[in-house]
Design a protein around this ligand. Structure first.
Ligand code: C2E
Ligand code: CA
Ligand code: CA
Ligand code: CA
Length: 277
């Protein structure tokens, strides 16, 4: 009986540790949103393949956890997405991003800024109004804000998501379909989405060099995007060979380590000052 009890106890302990960690981490994240010194945004340039010009930046969240150090977004974003914490987190990210974009615009170097959105935001009928309020308060032109969404996001409740997306788009905010090729996209639905840009997922861009199938997929995505009147972005562009291949395929914009890693704002400013097309 003793043995049994200890086994049960061990099992429970192991089980609880996972849940506790998760809850603890969520609590830490909630505090981080209010803390001011843990969460920041890094910015990665998007470059026009025809001209070499920087056409915008993507804002990517970074979390410096007080005890655990740097935490990857892939670890805490899905966790936040499974709770309502994603709402204040997204609001916080938008706030930082919009203020940064406003700063760049005021300095005479307006750069459109792209923010990643989660499913839940598009299912929240008040979301568009919150974004408009933020733009109004900061005075940032809607044309300088871009929102990146994923197919899965919109698929959860297509009609509800479409209403929010149309409101955002009608106000002049541009929309980008992220991670293209990874989801279960329906062509009919893609056509209904008021998006301006399609981002080919980095897994395909990276595999393109060695795999004919992936090259075909990238080529097809570019054609599809262009046929729908969209600008096509390749993410995960890591070398000159990829740049050449994408240019040959008529891809519009490239983003990846070949140009720059996501950088804190001061570093991005220095990078941009030294960048030659
Ligand atoms: P994503 O939106 O697909 O972002 C692209 C990811 O690829 C980023 O990872 C970026 O740092 C990385 N990356 C950029 N260039 C290259 C390259 O040349 N090679 C490789 N191997 N990777 C490259 P990161 O910053 O770790 O973000 C991971 C994911 O977390 C993002 O994927 C996005 O889905 C999510 N995420 C990041 N920031 C936010 C945010 O503020 N809000 C939300 N909702 N999600 C975010
Ligand atoms: Ca993205
Ligand atoms: Ca991606
Ligand atoms: Ca993603």
């Amino acid at each position: 009986a003793r043995e049994q009890a200890s086994t049960v106890q061990q099992y429970d302990a192991a089980h609880d540790t996972g849940a506790e960690n998760r809850l603890e981490l969520l609590g830490d994240l909630r505090r981080a949103i209010g803390a001011d010194d843990q969460l920041s945004l890094h910015y990665q340039p998007k470059v026009c393949l025809a001209t070499g010009r920087v056409t915008g930046v993507e804002a990517l969240i970074r979390w410096q956890h007080p005890r655990l150090g740097r935490m990857a977004p892939d670890r805490f974003i899905p966790m936040a997405e499974s709770t309502s914490l994603i709402r204040p987190l997204t609001a916080h990210v938008l706030d930082i991003a919009v203020r940064q974009a406003k700063l760049w615009a005021e300095r005479g170097t307006p750069i459109p800024i792209a923010v990643n959105l989660s499913t839940r935001c598009l299912l929240d009928p008040g979301f568009a109004g919150q974004v408009f309020g933020l733009l109004y308060r900061t005075g940032l032109p809607a044309a300088l804000l871009k929102l990146e969404i994923t197919e899965s996001v919109a698929m959860a409740d297509p009609d509800r998501a479409l209403t929010v997306l149309r409101a955002l788009h009608d106000a002049g905010i541009s929309l980008s379909l992220d991670d293209f090729g990874t989801g279960h996209s329906s062509m009919a639905y893609l056509q209904r989405l008021p998006v301006d840009e399609l981002k080919i997922d980095k897994s395909f861009v990276q595999a393109m060099a060695d795999s004919r199938a992936d090259e075909v997929l990238v080529r097809t995505a570019i054609t599809l995007g262009h046929n729908l009147g969209l600008s096509v972005v390749a993410e995960g562009v890591e070398d000159e060979a990829a740049v050449g291949a994408l240019r040959a395929l008529g891809c519009d914009i490239a983003q990846g380590y070949h140009y720059a890693r996501p950088m804190p704002p001061e570093e991005f400013d220095r990078w941009l000052a030294g960048y030659t097309e």
